[in-house]
Design a protein around this ligand. Structure first.
Ligand SMILES: [Zn+2]
Length: 222
């Protein structure tokens, strides 16, 4: 009963300022931020110097307006080609395919990968209405064809959707002269890449295996 009263009080909190209320509502739209935390953050900002709040706001606006996607790998970047793709010491012939920019960060944190990335922008998920055409699979195929890529490492989450996407990409690339490998399953089935610890992910990357072999093994017992 007490909890219900608190929730009711929070939902019907009255503000002496409409502007404050609007700011709280904006912050509360952020993931993981409830109205109580939103109010705390807004009141904190209200106490700051004008120039600090201005800098805060301008930083967010600039991020939104100026960040672009790297034309090579679709990772986020401040420049047309991201620092990873323009690094002369990275192996441009080895491409690690990941679902999102957060997965690029996860793999980079392992410090075990010296190739480049290709960010798909999601995985095939009919339930969510995401098909192959919604992802950057076409540009991956073009890249493999035109840039004589030697190896494509499929580093997607070990979920059903991840497996479906792996298999779709494999079918698109299998007749091209490229090695297709996938992470060794130090990763548990159902694991999201971004939640894997660095050692496990790093080891899975180093011990990567031929995707075709996993496919054959999976079907052996069925
Ligand atoms: Zn890039």
């Amino acid at each position: 009963m007490k909890i219900i009263c608190v929730i009711f009080a929070l939902m019907h909190q009255t503000y002496s300022s409409k502007l404050l209320e609007e700011a709280v509502e904006e912050f509360a739209t952020l993931p993981g931020i409830g109205r109580k935390t939103a109010l705390r953050l807004v009141l904190h900002l209200l106490k700051q110097e004008d120039k600090e709040v201005e800098h805060f706001g301008r930083t967010i606006l600039r991020m939104k307006e100026e960040i672009i996607n790297c034309r090579e790998c679709h990772n986020i970047s401040d420049t047309e080609v991201c620092p990873i793709c323009s690094d002369p010491y990275r192996d441009k012939k080895t491409v690690c395919v990941v679902e999102s920019i957060r997965d690029v960060m996860s793999v980079e944190n392992t410090q075990q990968f010296t190739g480049v990335y290709h960010v798909l922008g999601g995985i095939i998920s009919p339930m969510d209405g995401i098909g192959p055409a919604d992802l950057s699979i076409e540009s991956l195929e073009q890249k493999v064809r035109l840039k004589q890529i030697k190896e494509v490492i499929l580093a997607l989450s070990t979920t059903m959707e991840g497996d479906t996407t792996n298999f779709y990409i494999y079918r698109r690339l299998k007749d091209l002269p490229v090695t297709i490998s996938t992470l060794a399953r130090g990763l548990a089935i159902g694991d999201d890449l971004e939640y894997a610890d660095e050692v496990t992910l790093g080891r899975s990357l180093l011990n990567r295996i031929s995707f075709e072999e996993t496919f054959k093994n999976n079907n052996h017992g069925t």
